[in-house]
Write a new protein. Structure first.
Length: 152
């Protein structure tokens, strides 16, 4: 006899792995932008003349990249936390998606659902994931690569 309850959880974990893969890609992009712009600031700040005056725009881009990396990391950690909590409680579900989309459903109770939605909003927009709340159920839908913003 085979354990059919393990298959839906395996599908859910596969969907979560795709979310984490995409978020890692976007976090690396944001951190790379920080590194490039900080290097430009560093190299131009030691110069004299007109080139030294252009560092402000690069410094702002570096700061924006750091904020983006922070937001994406917070979203990733919120998803990992919610998925692990749902798996431990036995409420992690894989759902049939629309078209080629993959879906998982986690149960999040109380104010945690609103916090989760807030923490994951920017990440979801960057990696091609939609997040929908229906009472305590939060549904994460991973769009196919060709329809998502980020591609490896």
């Amino acid at each position: 006899m085979t354990d059919t309850s393990a298959r839906p959880e395996a599908e859910a974990i596969s969907t979560v792995r795709e979310i984490i893969r995409r978020s890692g890609h976007e976090i690396r992009n944001a951190l790379n932008a920080v590194a490039v712009n900080v290097e430009v600031v560093r190299s131009r700040s030691v110069r004299e003349g007109p080139a030294a005056g252009t560092v402000d725009a690069f410094a702002h881009r570096a700061a924006d990249g750091a904020v983006m990396a922070n937001d994406l990391t917070n979203g990733t950690l919120a998803i990992i936390d919610a998925v692990l909590a749902a798996a431990a409680a036995g409420t992690l579900r894989s759902k049939p998606g629309y078209g080629n989309a993959s879906e998982i459903e986690v149960m999040i109770y109380g104010d945690r659902a609103q916090i989760f939605m807030s923490d994951t909003r920017r990440l979801a927009a960057e990696i091609g994931v939609t997040i929908e709340q229906k009472e305590q159920a939060v549904i994460l839908r991973v769009l196919p690569e060709d329809r998502s913003h980020s591609e490896n």
